[in-house]
Design a protein around this ligand. Structure first.
Ligand code: 5GP
Length: 180
């Protein structure tokens, strides 16, 4: 285990099994839809996205959007800013928004509103991790990997100051690392 990690919350094998189950559920819900467009929210969702698309047994296209995140802080500012827009036109398409973690829900709510204004056929939300205790925005999550407690986690794409994304598990960062 990485020395900055206090404990492992979700092991690599539990992540693997749950991502496959999410892929199965998305496949089942897609029914006869020709193609799904999975939209990943950069950068935290990239590892999840890479595994999730391989767990979906339907044609999938992918695109990415980037919005401002916490930077090197561990608390949401509540201010969301668009940094990179989608490359594709989503009107009339079946979109699955792929997010690493939902905390206050403010980021997700901003992105969902932005996508809905572009008249997709549908927008479903798939979040790997959900911290329900800290919810501020009223949002609907169609697929959730794991509900987790209100602790700052890293690994499997999630960072603190751009570090720890390459850990194969989800771990709780030692508070001493971010100065508490
Ligand atoms: P929200 O807008 O829901 O409060 O925050 C969502 C974003 O905050 C996530 O996409 C992620 O970038 C960041 N975030 C929230 N909680 C955590 C956490 O425990 N660990 C990490 N690494 N990022 C988090």
């Amino acid at each position: 285990m990485h020395p900055d990690v206090d404990h492992i919350l979700i092991s690599a094998s539990d992540l693997n099994a749950r991502v496959q189950a999410l892929g199965d559920a998305i496949t089942a819900a897609a029914g006869a839809v020709d193609e799904l467009l999975l939209v990943g929210v950069l950068k935290g969702s990239v590892l999840f996205m890479a595994d999730l698309i391989r767990a979906i047994d339907r044609p999938v296209a992918i695109d990415f959007i980037a919005v401002s995140s916490y930077g090197a802080s561990t608390a949401s500012s509540g201010v969301v800013r668009l940094i990179k827009d989608l490359d594709s036109d989503i009107s009339g398409r079946h979109v699955v928004l792929v997010e690493d973690i939902v905390d206050s829900g403010l980021t997700l709510s901003y992105v969902v509103d932005l996508l809905k204004r572009r008249k997709p056929a549908s927008v479903a939300v798939c979040a790997l991790l959900n911290k329900p205790e800290r919810r501020e925005a009223d949002i609907n999550l169609d697929y959730v990997g794991f509900d987790i407690p209100n602790e700052f986690v890293v690994g499997y794409g999630l960072d603190y100051a751009e570090r720890y994304r390459n850990l194969p598990y989800i771990g709780v960062l030692k508070p001493s690392v971010y100065g508490c």
